[in-house]
Design a protein around this ligand. Structure first.
Ligand code: PEP
Length: 251
């Protein structure tokens, strides 16, 4: 039985005041009892230390939205895995479609980031997904397979056991256009099968595969009911405590 994981990707929103307001709202709504699912928030870098202290004693876990794969050095503007650890992060989103498209991240760079994150004790939330053009061409499965093979190249079963995969069809991110539960389930099942072939049936059976792409309080329950959907990576709807709490309750 896989425990559902709901993660909120704050993207480039929320200064320190807004961070405190949102986290206090979430803490109040969740309380300190053990939730039936794992809850992760991924604020921008500037809010991580504040978030880490506000979340002490809470069941809400902390993640970052990106990192660089080098240990340290002259990489102006970048943040290392060790820095994220020292700021209190347990998770890090890697390979989000906005990183892939706007910042030109390749599968090779994403692979290096995943390896560095794991080596530093961070759990990667590894994002994959096809564009609308790729879906319309009928090559969704090939695209997902390549992203998985290249992103996870050189990793062993023990490594993959620590990774969360987020299936995020690019055409559904921030567009209000969600994959139907059937479309999402089909992609998730395919991803689980690829993991089974590449690693082992046991790894495939345990790995958490989140869906992301315009998840909202009114569509979360249907998506989360699907057999191979183990949670959600939420963008827009995680910025208000009420809507994020409602999605958490659906899980
Ligand atoms: C995301 O940023 O990963 C995302 C899924 O965004 P949204 O929920 O706004 O589509």
């Amino acid at each position: 039985m896989r425990k559902k994981v709901i993660a909120g990707n704050w993207k480039m929103y929320n200064d320190l005041d807004a961070t405190a307001e949102l986290l206090n709202g979430l803490k109040k709504g969740i309380g300190n009892s053990e939730a039936g699912c794992t809850v992760i928030v991924c604020p921008p870098y500037t809010s991580l230390s504040l978030a880490s202290s506000l979340l002490k004693g809470s069941i809400i876990k902390l993640g970052a939205q990106n990192m660089y794969f080098e240990e340290q050095g002259a990489f102006t503007g970048e943040i290392s895995a060790a820095m994220l650890k020292s700021a209190g992060c347990e998770y890090v989103i890697i390979g989000h479609s906005e990183r892939r498209t706007i910042f030109r991240e390749t599968n090779g760079m994403i692979n290096l980031k995943i390896k560095k994150a794991l080596g530093s004790g961070l759990k990667p939330v590894f994002c994959i997904g096809e564009t609308l053009e790729e879906r319309e061409k009928g090559i969704t499965n090939e695209v997902l397979k390549t992203q998985l093979e290249e992103g996870l190249a050189g990793l062993g079963e023990d490594d993959v056991n620590k990774i969360i995969i987020a299936y995020e069809p690019v055409w559904a991110i921030g567009t209000g256009r969600t994959a139907t539960p059937e479309q999402a389930q089909e992609a998730h099942k395919f991803i689980r099968n690829v993991i089974g072939e590449k690693f082992s049936p046991a790894v495939a059976g345990n790995i958490i595969i989140q869906y992301g792409g315009s998840v909202k309080p009114d569509n979360a329950a249907e998506l989360l009911k699907q057999e191979d959907i183990d949670g959600a990576l939420v963008g827009g709807a995680c910025l208000k405590a009420d809507s994020f709490l409602s999605i958490i309750r659906s899980a």
